[in-house]
Design a binder for this molecule. Structure first.
Ligand SMILES: NC(=O)c1ccc[n+]([C@@H]2O[C@H](COP(=O)([O-])OP(=O)(O)OC[C@H]3O[C@@H](n4cnc5c(N)ncnc54)[C@H](O)[C@@H]3O)[C@@H](O)[C@H]2O)c1
Length: 99
């Protein structure tokens, strides 16, 4: 954390773009980056929210300025991504899955 600001990132920019929009507006968050393997989508959301686009989840996890990551990829990917993020020392928010 930089002071009392949480460095926030979102991976998966379908419904996840709404996480990113919320984080961009939140008082004690700084939206550090958005991440999607769809580069065009990542670039578009990053431009809308004046943040950085990252196309690879492992690169996102390497970022020291990311304290918390929203996982909003397709449901079957959540478990592995949550474990990886936790192992990288990140706090995790997970989009509720549809079963
Ligand atoms: N769409 C909704 O209204 C809604 C509502 C409730 C819950 N959810 C849940 O949200 C999650 C995402 O659903 P969605 O509808 O947004 O799906 P989506 O397919 O629209 O979006 C998922 C995004 O994840 C990206 N992605 C896939 N693999 C990736 C990877 N390895 N690294 C980075 N990005 C990757 C895809 O390119 C895509 O842009 C699911 O768990 C779903 O159940 C969605």
């Amino acid at each position: 954390m930089a002071g009392d600001m949480v460095g926030y990132a979102v991976v998966g920019l379908g419904v996840g773009k709404n996480h990113a929009r919320g984080a961009a507006r939140a008082k004690r968050c700084r939206l550090v980056a958005v991440c999607d393997i769809n580069r065009e989508l990542a670039d578009q959301v990053a431009a809308e929210l004046n943040t950085e686009a990252i196309y690879d989840f492992d690169q996102l996890l390497e970022r020291k300025d990311v304290d918390c990551v929203s996982i909003a990829t397709p449901s079957g990917m959540h478990a592995d991504m949550i474990i990886k993020a936790a192992q990288a020392g990140k706090r995790v928010v997970r989009e509720t899955a549809r079963y």
